[in-house]
Design a protein around this ligand. Structure first.
Ligand code: TXA
Ligand code: MG
Length: 310
């Protein structure tokens, strides 16, 4: 079953594959024409760099110019897993991958199918396998929605976490998180004994260092809004995603998570896509309280929902 995807990759085609976060759109990291297809297929601006996915710690040396003691600790503690690390790059890493930056993003995904595919085919560049601006795919069907029914997708069911990896820049100090994910700043700074910055996505400085942060993301066609505490109206044509506020009444327009943020993260992007299929005009989400925002997954949820609100 995997052979078909390996063959496609090795013949310069691109294929979608599952990771523990979201589905990725893979191309061989050594094939410029295949990498160009990734940008074309997604409609991704060429100044937005790609993550290289590896299946073994030894492969880091082929891409990273230097591997610090902190890098080693982070890889040891969090790989394979939902942490992308940004290193200074080796000169031979293709400019197409890094969008001309002097750094390269690396991740070892914690998913058996991804690991098998990469270990046979070799390191793969892989952005999330959605059209640019759409929510990331957490099911094979989402990929086919965006790229067509015949698009090759290595289908392993729903992805586990449902939100993209934490992106951490360790190429210069202070280390900076460009995108929050399941692994938090607190976990990272506790491990290495250094503070870690969280960049404000809209700042000019961040846009220069991590171009992806300046593009709009994660947006369904329906308007995403926070639930206003004083608003007692229960709108028609609206999907409510509530985690703490008790639903006003039973309705198929309300999804109640009852504090289960894992489930909320797992299915957020699917709910966004469903809202569009069912022609909802709005998706209204319960805002998160400060104590809830201590949880890394809630920070990641807050980030993605804020981005969808725009
Ligand atoms: O969970 C994930 O990370 C998924 C799965 C498929 O691994 N991938 C993913 O890739 O979300 P993508 O391309 O959708 O998001 C990667 C983010 C972008 O915001 C990009 O700008 C940033 O990482 N990035 C990649 N290389 C970078 C670099 N050298 N410097 C700064 N930011 C970089
Ligand atoms: Mg993406």
């Amino acid at each position: 079953m995997l052979d078909r995807y390996v063959t496609l990759l090795q013949s310069g085609e691109i294929v979608a594959f599952p990771t523990e976060t979201v589905y990725g759109l893979g191309a061989m990291a050594t094939n410029p024409d295949a990498i160009k297809k990734v940008f074309e297929t997604k409609g991704r601006p060429s100044d937005n760099p790609l993550i290289v996915h590896i299946s073994d710690i030894d492969q880091v040396e082929s891409f990273a110019a230097e591997i610090s003691e902190d890098a080693k600790k982070l890889m040891e503690a969090f790989w394979p897993g939902p942490l992308t690390l940004i290193f200074k790059k080796k000169p031979e890493v293709l400019d197409l991958i890094t969008a001309g930056l002097n750094t390269v993003a690396l991740r070892w995904p914690n998913h058996p199918s991804a690991q098998k595919l990469i270990s046979i085919a070799g390191p793969l560049v892989a952005p999330s396998a959605n059209s640019s601006g759409k929510p990331s795919p957490t099911k094979a069907e989402h990929v086919k929605e965006d790229f067509g029914h015949d698009f090759p997708v290595l289908n392993a069911g729903e992805t586990d976490i449902g939100l993209e990896s934490t992106v951490l820049d360790i190429s210069s100090e202070p280390y900076t998180i460009y995108r929050p994910g399941a692994i938090s700043a607190e976990q990272i700074s506790e491990l290495i004994g250094k503070t870690v910055d969280q960049e404000v996505p809209s700042s000019k400085n961040t846009a220069a260092k991590s171009p992806g942060t300046k593009y709009s993301h994660y947006t369904p066609a329906a308007k995403v809004m926070w639930l206003s505490p004083h608003d007692t109206s229960f709108w028609d044509e609206t999907l409510y995603l509530l985690h703490t506020t008790h639903p006003p009444y039973n309705s198929n327009r309300v999804v109640f998570y009852d504090g289960d943020f894992k489930r909320m993260a797992h299915e957020l992007y699917d709910r966004f896509r469903q809202a569009d299929h069912q022609n909802y005009k709005r998706v209204v989400v319960d805002p998160f309280a400060n104590d809830q925002l201590q949880d890394p997954l809630v920070q990641a949820l807050h980030n993605r929902i804020s981005k969808a609100i725009g």
